[in-house]
Design a protein around this ligand. Structure first.
Ligand SMILES: Nc1nc2c(ncn2[C@@H]2O[C@H](COP(=O)(O)OP(=O)(O)OP(=O)(O)O)[C@@H](O)[C@H]2O)c(=O)[nH]1
Ligand SMILES: [Mg+2]
Length: 287
């Protein structure tokens, strides 16, 4: 079990998807895309690594982000190793230092990944590598990569088994995530919405799957996108329903690939004031 630790937006979920060869974790340019912990299995020849994709480290602001940070802490207390991920395109800063201190204190073997090398010149990559090596002096390994283009990813993949103790395989061949169909659907619907929306809407949005069942030809999904106020609802619905239709068709395509089946998706947009502070709603959303 390998925890993926890093600031929001460094590319943890992109890395998990790329190493597993599937699309099961939501990825978007908005920070705090990942809200729940999800396991993503990487199957090697005679080994298996289970990556635990988790929210980026942050200072909690409300009940939602408090729960997200608890998920991070619980995961670090219960894994065999950690990947410390930083973004080469941003200076290594206080947020990275805070995470590094926690990882060093945990005593876990730590492999560092310097991501987004496609975005910066070599000099900058070298500076980031030096800064990371200083933050975590006993690194098991360090890999500069681009999770987006695939650069450096083969070497990283080959380095995973050395990080891990021997144990039983948790995932059968071909299975790459522990998410239920509901969870995967809500993850990919939220992703489709996140990449199309900006400002305050992404943080105010949650997705709940209401129904999922085999239909005559494929799988039928009914889901609700919750937002916090009517103006956000207007943005998500879009002119004449154009935005919600676009979100729906992107999510339908992604789910179709994940399940290898035709997907029929019904999406509603509803207002639920202050849901981020509503503990029972958060529990219902699986957060
Ligand atoms: N240029 C470039 N962009 C990348 C790379 N890896 C990820 N990204 C982009 O960075 C953004 C954030 O990626 P995510 O994988 O969602 O980041 P994350 O660390 O999981 O973020 P949180 O879940 O919010 O903590 C997305 O727009 C990705 O496409 C990379 O190697 N190069
Ligand atoms: Mg993520």
């Amino acid at each position: 079990m390998v925890a993926l630790a890093g600031r929001p937006n460094v590319g943890k979920s992109t890395l998990a998807n790329a190493l597993s060869g599937t699309h099961v974790a939501a990825v978007s340019p908005r920070p705090q895309t990942t809200r729940r912990r999800l396991a993503v299995a990487v199957h090697g020849d005679a080994w298996q690594a289970v990556l635990l994709d988790i929210p980026g480290f942050q200072t909690p602001r409300d009940a939602l982000t408090r729960r997200m940070q608890q998920t991070v802490d619980a995961t670090l207390a219960d894994c065999d190793a950690a990947i410390f991920m930083v973004n080469a395109a941003e200076p290594v800063g206080g947020g990275d230092r805070f995470i590094a201190e926690r990882l060093v204190a945990s005593g876990l073997p730590v492999l560092a990944v310097v991501n987004k090398v496609d975005e910066v010149p070599p000099q900058r990559i070298a500076e980031t590598i030096a800064a990371v090596s200083e933050l975590v002096p006993d690194l098991a390994a360090l890999h500069p990569v681009s999770a987006l283009t695939g650069d450096g990813m083969d070497a990283l993949r080959a380095g995973l088994p050395a990080l891990l103790p021997e144990g039983p395989p948790y995932f059968p061949p071909g299975m790459t995530t522990d998410q239920t169909m509901d969870e995967l659907a809500s993850e990919l619907i939220r992703e489709a919405a996140l990449v199309r929306l900006r400002e305050e809407v992404p943080h105010a949005m949650a997705v709940q799957v209401e129904e999922i069942e085999p239909a005559r030809e494929g799988i039928r999904v009914e889901a609700v996108i919750y937002v916090e106020n009517p103006s956000q609802k207007g943005i998500v619905v879009g002119k004449g329903g154009h935005m919600v239709r676009e979100i729906g068709s992107a999510a339908r395509r992604a789910l179709g690939v994940a399940w290898g089946a035709e997907v029929h998706l019904g999406l509603m947009v509803k207002v639920r004031r202050k849901w981020r502070e509503d503990e029972s709603m958060l529990t219902r959303l699986g957060l």
